[in-house]
Structure formats: C-alpha cells, structure tokens
Design a binder for this molecule. Structure first.
Ligand SMILES: Cc1cc2nc3c(=O)[nH]c(=O)nc-3n(C[C@H](O)[C@H](O)[C@H](O)COP(=O)(O)OP(=O)(O)OC[C@H]3O[C@@H](n4cnc5c(N)ncnc54)[C@H](O)[C@@H]3O)c2cc1C
Ligand code: SF4
Ligand code: SF4
Length: 435
C-alpha cells in the first residue's frame, strides 16, 4: 500500500460512472464545475454500455453510450477514477464533504497502453469473463471489453500467476507489477450518489434451475448474446452451442415476489424482454419466442405500441406463473406453469429459457456515510426525502441522488433524474458559495 495520502479538491464528487453518474458529471462540468467521477469497475458506462439495443426505440445502446462516455472522459472539468472505491464521506460543513478514496492498481499504465492485445494473447490464464456475463472466458491480462473506456489492458491480479509472459511481449513496457493502491482525501462542495442497481440473483429461486440447467440464462446474458459486441456470432444456448429455436422468457423473476424479499416491480423487465424478443425474431427468423408473464406493464411513452409491435411480429404471450423448470437429457427445458387465463396447470418444452431478472438496490450507497446518515427506503434504495418537490434530495443536505440508486428506472428516466440531481447540486454550491 502506498501510505502517502493525496489531498485533492473538487467542486463535486459523483459516485458511480453509469449513465446517470456520467450525465450528472457532464452537466456539472458543462456549467464550469470541476468534478471527480469515481467508478468501481474498470470502465465507465455502467449496465448501459453492456446492452444491445434499447426499448422502445431500438437504437443501438453502444452507439449512444460510447460517444457520451468519450465526452465525459475528454472533458477538461472531469477527472475520472476507475477501479476506485469511496470508503467514507463525512460532511464537515455545508460546503466541505470529505471523502476517503482508494484507487486500486491496474498494473498497467493506462496512458502508455495502446490496447494492442499482445499481452492478452500471451497470457496463459483463462477465467470467466464477467463483462460477457460468463458466457466465454478471458485472460488474466485483458482489455475489459471492446468499447470499454478507458480502453486499456488491466491485470486481474487475483488470477495472475505472475509468469511474466505479458510483460515480455508488451511493446510499450506499460505493465507494472509494482503498482500500489493509492489513497486520496477528497474535499468536495457537493456529492451526487449514482451507484445504480444490482440485478436479482436467480440462484435465490432454485426451482428455476439457474446454475443447474445450462440452458437457463439471465436476461443480461441474453443482452450480451444479441449485442453488437457479442461473444458469439449468433445466438447459442450455452449447454451445447446449439442455435435455439424455441425460447421462453420468464418475467418477474425475482420481482413482485415477497418470498424472495423483493416485492417491488422492477419497471424495466417487461419492456427489455419484449425488446429482446423482437431482436431474437430478427436474428433467428425461424425461432418461436414465448413470454410467460403475470401482467405486462407497458406504462411509458411508446411502450404499449412496442408491446403490440412484438405481438404483430409473432411473439407469443402466455399469462402464466412458472412453478418449476426441469431439464431433459437433451438439454431442453420443461416449464410447468399455471395458465392464469384458463386456471389450469400446463407444461411446455423450450430449448432455452431466459429469466427476466429484477432490480435490487445496491447497498453500497448506504455504507459510505456514517451509520444511518443517508436514509434508505424500505427496499434499501436511497430515500428521496422530498419526492414530489425535489426528487434528487436525500436526507443529507448537499447530497443528491441520480438514476437507479433511488429506484428501478429505465435509461431516459435515469438521464432525467441525473439532470435533476446535477441542477440541485449546482444550486446547492451557489447557495453555499459564501459560507
Ligand atoms: C437486461 C437489461 C436490459 C435493459 N434494457 C434497457 C433498455 O432497452 N432501455 C432502457 O431504457 N433501459 C434498459 N435497462 C435499464 C438500464 O440498464 C438502467 O436504466 C440504467 O443502466 C441505469 O443507469 P444507472 O447509472 O442509474 O445505474 P448502473 O447502470 O447500475 O450504473 C451504476 C454505476 O455505479 C457504479 N458503482 C456502484 N457502486 C459504486 C461504488 N460504491 N463506488 C463507485 N462506483 C459504483 C457501478 O459499477 C456502475 O458503473 C436494462 C437493464 C437490464 C438489466
Ligand atoms: S503475468 Fe499474469 S497476467 Fe501476465 S501473462 Fe502471466 S498470468 Fe497472465
Ligand atoms: S498492456 Fe501492453 S501488450 Fe497489453 S494491450 Fe497494453 S500495450 Fe498492448
């Protein structure tokens, strides 16, 4: 550990570099404020940078995210710390928030890395690729994904055997195993919490067979399979690499289910499943896609039309509650479900099942502040203390919340929420300028 703590000053600290944090940082920076954007992953972009296309417009997600992320990365008023953790934030006065930040070593000097991938090719260690949701492997020396920002190699030190093969081939000698964690004490005048959401872990519902049946995957895995930066050149079921021709979606997997501690509606799963079904119909024109749902909640602008469009394309919608998913010897899956319209239990065979996993809160937000200072709502999202008047306000004056850190929401709402948080943060800075 590099013991020397660096003291740094910025106008605003934004915690979380997803679309909401990025947007909030841009707004603050465009208004002339100096922003430190802290992201715990190796790239900016949050979940959005991993998506295929977006509902309801079917615009390419990467085509929207990558220019925005580049704008953030190049902005003269924004400093970015990736692979960094804000461990605590103390409010010392109305305009002095003091944050302790640890920047983990990447073991690569990013400014010198050309992303040539020679280290990746030389590295003998293969591990699960978390950015491709475990569908393929990656090396211990690796570029997180093709549109990552920063686009530079990183060394996964936990799996690295220190064989030195990557160092030997690196043409710019930018791999450095002597790098140490760096400690920073940041003084900021305001804070935006944009720590996003976690996905529901489908292992919590064993009767769906996730983790046991190889052809039961999550919606995020399917998102990767249909993305332009996908792991394979077509849609494959992971069990045997077969192109599926009868795909089922199970909606509300871990949403609206008090028995798994998540009684809330995740708001996005109906629509992202309908989106994926439409994309699958395009990618695999001969495939049957069936969506098992409890209710379809197509409440947003253009959503109902999007739903009707999927029906028109031939996606089947079955009002049914899934009881169990069993695996046959050939890897196909038998779904036993209650047909809600007919009130009878039925079975159906599919060769791939996608669990439309729900949204859970990210507990990080509450942990950063002294015990109980940042109030959480009953579902452990950041509480909005003036929901109707000023939805970005939190229980700490000067700390604002953006995007899914406060509740499940889609991308347009996350961007709107970030706009609200950044303008509140600017007002707050101005109000306490003289203090
Ligand atoms: C399968 C799937 C498909 C989807 N499809 C669509 C779609 O088609 N259209 C649409 O509108 N929406 C879609 N969404 C929803 C969309 O992903 C979210 O609306 C959006 O990502 C929310 O952005 P965010 O910045 O609030 O959160 P996130 O994307 O979760 O970003 C939060 C960021 O904060 C970082 N972070 C977390 N904790 C810390 C910490 N302690 N310190 C530092 N950084 C931290 C995270 O690493 C992450 O980068 C989909 C979601 C899923 C799961
Ligand atoms: S030193 Fe580590 S990262 Fe580099 S090639 Fe060897 S195992 Fe891979
Ligand atoms: S670390 Fe070196 S070998 Fe690896 S991508 Fe960067 S420049 Fe290429």
């Amino acid at each position: 550990m590099n013991e020397e703590k660096k003291i740094i000053h910025y106008d605003a600290l934004v915690v979380g570099g997803g679309i909401a944090g990025g947007e909030a940082a841009l707004n603050l920076a465009n208004s002339g404020y100096r922003v430190l954007l802290v992201e715990k992953e190796r790239s900016l972009g949050g979940k959005m940078i991993l998506l295929s296309k977006v509902f309801p417009t079917l615009d390419c997600s990467a085509c929207i995210t990558t220019p925005k992320v580049s704008e953030i990365a190049r902005h003269k008023n924004i400093t970015i710390f990736t692979e960094s953790e804000v461990t605590t934030i103390d409010k010392r006065s109305e305009n002095d928030f003091v944050a302790q930040i640890t920047k983990k070593p990447r073991y690569v000097h990013v400014e010198d890395c050309t992303a040539c991938q020679l280290c990746e090719q030389a590295c003998p260690v293969s591990v699960r690729d978390e950015y491709q949701q475990g569908l393929i492997g990656r090396k211990a020396a690796f570029i997180p994904f093709s549109i990552a920002n920063p686009k530079a190699a990183a060394i996964d030190i936990e799996n690295c055997t220190l064989c030195g093969a990557c160092e030997k081939v690196c043409p710019t000698h930018c791999i450095d195993f002597t790098m140490q964690p760096e400690q920073f004490e940041l003084h900021a005048r305001t804070v935006v919490m944009a720590t996003g959401f976690n996905l529901f872990d489908p292992l919590e519902i064993p009767r769906y067979g996730y983790g046991q049946h190889k052809n039961v995957i999550t919606s995020m895995q399917m998102e990767r399979e249909i993305a332009p930066t996908r792991p394979f050149n077509t849609i494959l079921r992971p069990g045997d690499g077969k192109v599926p021709d009868k795909i089922a979606y199970v909606l509300c997997a871990g949403s609206r289910d008090a028995s798994v501690g998540n009684p809330i509606c995740s708001q996005i799963c109906c629509m992202y499943s309908i989106k994926q079904a439409q994309l699958l119909m395009g990618a695999l024109p001969m495939a049957d896609v069936t969506i098992y749902y409890i209710n379809i909640r197509s409440f947003g602008k253009g959503f109902e039309e999007f739903y009707q469009q999927a029906k028109g394309m031939g996606v089947s919608f079955v009002k049914g509650k899934i009881g169990t998913i069993k695996e046959k010897e050939n890897g196909n899956l038998i779904l036993r479900y209650e047909d809600i319209s007919e009130g009878v239990v039925k079975e159906a065979e599919h060769d791939m099942v996608v669990l439309s996993v729900g949204v859970k809160s990210n507990p990080d937000a509450g942990k950063i502040f002294p015990q109980g200072a940042l109030k959480l709502d009953p579902h452990r999202f950041v509480a909005q203390t003036d929901l109707m008047g000023s939805p970005a306000k939190t229980s700490i004056d000067g700390v604002f919340v953006a995007g899914t850190a406060s509740a499940p929401m889609d991308i347009p709402d996350s961007i709107l929420s970030a706009g609200s948080a950044s303008s509140e943060a600017i007002s707050y800075i101005k109000q306490h300028q003289e203090a």
